[in-house]
Design a protein around this ligand. Structure first.
Ligand SMILES: *[C@@H]1O[C@H](CO)[C@@H](O)[C@H](O)[C@H]1NC(C)=O
Ligand SMILES: *[C@@H]1O[C@H](CO)[C@@H](O)[C@H](O)[C@H]1NC(C)=O
Length: 356
């Protein structure tokens, strides 16, 4: 009679040992955001009219019409600056964001005066976790719906928290998802459709801006049915000490595993390796934090593509692109609310991070 209980005892012991090993290896949930509220301590707002480095048309504010939570979903929604200050303000006004807590003064982004070019005609939001949550290596899962509407550029991405290897793009940038809100935008240069049926995942890295190597690590996924703006999709980043993989709805968008010589070897550049002190994953071996924003206009929309049913309202070489854009509002603004007033908002249901 003692034998069965003895063997049961050993089975339990072995199971316990097995469980301990599995648990030790299982990643832990280290960040969970369900957006039941917008926690303004966890998510810090950028307040600036700095145009994001890409000549975008928005200024960022912490106002509740641009970032808010509704039914457990975060909304980041671009609105019209004229709705707050009036149309004349765009042509003759002064936007002094120092009065409302401006925290990025790059390119004099805290104080903008109308001149030949108008005041940034769009008001939107960018929120970050740089002061509350950063991590290195892990799996990120985001359930989100991209905005719908012409010239809207949503992004869910990550920036280096300490920029250990130097200024952008030396310390890297991880773009989990970017898209364009246009329903029908097509390029004849091989890119094909670049509107809201396509999403992009990209790593930016390089010794300086002119030598950004992102083309080697930028991938896109085109939906044959539906768009990224009409439904929620699941975006995933698998960031390991051996490589990075992006997925959407369980399918691989792109993947990179750098060789032993790291991203410097992958670049094929000569000169001084800016990541010599790092691992082969450098610059992606340091702490990164989340950035969520909705931009409008700017260089992400190339000249020379075909937008239906009207052409792009500004050109890359224009000295007054925001004025050109604004004065054709009757063409683009209706596309922002074809099915509902929320069409133009990026909606984020949740973000989760598991340790590697
Ligand atoms: C926006 O930021 C300013 C300056 O920090 C602050 O006074 C204001 O309360 C903030 N607004 C909201 C809605 O949190
Ligand atoms: C496209 O998606 C819709 C809605 O999800 C579905 O009803 C339809 O069957 C799909 N069509 C194809 C060709 O897969």
């Amino acid at each position: 009679m003692s034998h069965p209980s003895k063997s049961l005892f050993f089975v339990v012991l072995i199971l316990q040992a097995f469980l301990a090993v599995v648990l030790a290896q299982t990643s832990q949930l280290v960040f969970q955001e369900d957006f039941n509220t917008l926690d303004r301590n966890r998510w810090q707002h950028l307040i600036t009219a700095w145009r994001g480095g890409n000549n975008e048309f928005q200024y960022y504010t912490n106002r509740t019409e641009n970032s808010y939570v509704k039914n457990g979903v975060l909304f980041i929604k671009p609105t019209l600056t004229a709705d707050r200050f009036g149309n004349d303000f765009l042509y003759t006004g002064t936007l002094d964001l120092n009065k409302e807590g401006c925290n990025i003064n790059w390119d004099n982004g805290c104080f903008v005066q109308a001149g030949a070019e108008i005041i940034n005609p769009i008001q939107s939001a960018r929120i970050v976790t740089s002061k509350s949550f950063s991590f290195t290596y892990g799996t990120v899962e985001v359930r989100a719906k991209m905005p719908r509407g012409d010239w809207i550029w949503p992004a869910i991405w990550m920036l280096p928290t300490d920029s250990v290897y130097g200024n952008w793009p030396r310390s890297g940038e991880i773009d989990i998802v970017e898209a364009r809100g246009n329903a029908d935008l097509t390029c004849n240069d091989g890119q094909g459709k670049i509107g809201n049926s396509k999403m992009y995942s990209t790593l930016h890295w390089g010794p300086d801006g002119a030598n950004n190597q992102f083309q080697k690590t930028s991938w896109a996924k085109l939906l044959s049915n539906g768009t990224y703006s009409s439904d929620f999709h699941i975006y995933r980043l698998e960031w390991l000490s051996t490589g990075i993989t992006f997925k959407v709805d369980g399918q691989v968008v792109g993947s990179v595993s750098p060789p032993a010589g790291g991203f410097w070897q992958l670049s094929g550049l000569t000169g001084t390796n800016p990541w010599a002190a790092g691992t082969k994953m450098a610059p992606f071996d340091k702490k990164f934090h989340f950035v969520l924003n909705v931009a409008v206009g700017g260089n992400f929309f190339p000249d020379g593509c075909v937008n239906v049913p009207y052409n792009k309202p500004w050109t890359a070489s224009s000295s007054t692109p925001m004025r050109s854009f604004w004065e054709r509002k009757c063409e683009w603004y209706p596309t922002w609310y074809r099915t509902s007033r929320d069409d133009s908002a990026m909606q984020v249901d949740y973000i989760r991070v598991w340790s590697a």
